[in-house]
Design a protein around this ligand. Structure first.
Ligand code: GLA
Length: 394
């Protein structure tokens, strides 16, 4: 090869290295299930296997629910070398990971930067690298890292003020990220510190692929809607590889009615939020499955553009949210937070759409042609009308 050719190929290789960006972990918001909302500390190995089996049988895997995550209460004790073992509810974590992987899923686990987790199990303080190595050996693909008792360390250092010890908190989250990276295994990193110190501003810098923006969700319309609608204004912080996380889903846990669960699912999709089902997937009503598996709603959440939706208007309890999608269409949600069924009118110009549009009512599953510049729908109490709208060609 001539010198010129060698130089040229070197130049091309260098240019490619510069332009070929690696696909980030979590290019779209992670989807899967998490044990906490339904099982809490009762979760055992068999529940995790049953969830994976159910997700194959009921189509959730096909719909994109890939992460099978174990939350707090799997942790046992450390041996003389400091290696953490799972407790007797999880007799063989590697075998469980192999099982979950064999069904086409990924396995997630949970820990804390503190000495103890929120449910007072063993945390990772002082054992970060060792625990990350253990996770990688087991075949773990996702870690939720929950502040919990590290708050005590921060309180002490901040002389009573957890938020004041922020640099330390940041270091603690960065430390586990670096430990995960050092294992060489791609492990999604989920920060859980309830939105303190505006985590959305620094979550990406400590390696977070998602970060909780709020305290814990509950299976009530009041709590879900308080958390969900308070996400307005955070859109610019979410994006491919780094997502705002308003907490796991409660759909199907029984504390809300169908309209309220459709609001929950629609709002999370508009927010490009992680969709981690929190119900018992092995026992589910068809209505629950229809909500979790609605392909049009999932497509809004998982849109590859990765732009989080935001609030456009709020008039009393009536809110309109919109989210741009990769094919040039828009998702628009008409939410009625009030106590009475109400008509809501969307002026198409308000969402940057022309007078004539093709509109798909996502939950009703029907297409509607609109010619006169506005669309009026009746929205049930605590309910939603979710639309996917495309400018028409004429
Ligand atoms: C915290 C988290 C929850 C859950 C529990 C487990 O409360 O916010 O999501 O992980 O801890 O103890």
């Amino acid at each position: 090869m001539s010198l010129a050719l060698i130089l040229l190929s070197g130049f091309v290789a260098a240019a490619c290295a510069q332009t070929a960006r690696p696909v980030p972990l979590a290019p779209t918001p992670p989807m899967g299930r998490n044990s906490w909302n339904h099982f809490a500390q009762r979760v055992i190995d068999a529940d995790v296997r049953a969830a994976a089996d159910a997700m194959v049988a009921n189509g959730m895997r096909e719909a994109g629910y890939i992460y099978v995550n174990i939350d707090d209460s799997w942790e046992g004790t450390r041996d003389a070398d400091g290696v953490l073992h799972s407790n007797n509810k999880f007799p063989d974590m590697k075998a469980l990971a192999d099982y979950v992987h064999s069904k086409g899923f990924k396995l997630g686990i949970y820990s804390s930067p503190g000495a103890k987790t929120c449910a007072k199990y063993e945390g990772s303080l002082g054992h970060e690298a060792q625990d990350a190595k253990t996770y990688a050996e087991w075949g773990i693909d996702f870690l939720k890292y929950d502040l919990c008792s590290y708050g005590n360390v921060l309180r002490k250092e901040g002389h009573g003020d957890v938020a004041a010890a922020f640099p330390l908190q940041r270091l603690a989250y960065r430390k586990m990220h670096d430990a995960l990276v050092a294992t060489g295994r791609p492990i999604i990193y989920s920060l859980c510190q309830y939105g303190m110190n505006s985590v959305w501003e620094w979550g990406p810098e400590v390696g977070g692929n998602l970060w909780r923006t709020t305290g814990d969700i509950k299976d009530t319309y009041e709590r879900m809607s308080l958390i969900g609608f308070a996400q307005a204004g955070l859109a610019k912080y979410g994006g491919p590889g780094h997502w705002n996380d308003p907490d796991m889903l409660e759909v199907g846990n029984g504390g809300m009615n169908g309209d309220e669960y459709r609001t929950h699912m629609s709002l999370w999709a508009m927010l490009a939020a992680p969709l981690l089902a929190g119900n018992d997937l092995s026992k589910m009503k068809p209505e629950t499955l229809a909500i979790l598996e609605n392909r049009d709603v999932i497509a809004i959440d998982q849109d590859p553009l990765g732009i989080q939706g935001d609030r456009l208007s709020a008039v009393g309890p009536l809110e309109i949210w919109s989210k741009p999608l990769s094919d040039g269409s828009k998702a628009v949600a008409l939410f009625n937070r009030g106590e009475l069924e109400t008509s809501m009118t969307l002026k198409l110009s308000d969402v940057g759409l022309k007078k004539a549009v093709n509109l798909h009512d996502v939950w009703a599953g029907k297409d509607i042609a609109v010619e006169n510049g506005s669309y009026t729908a009746v929205v049930p109490k605590h309910g939603v009308v979710l639309l996917r709208i495309q400018n028409s060609s004429h």
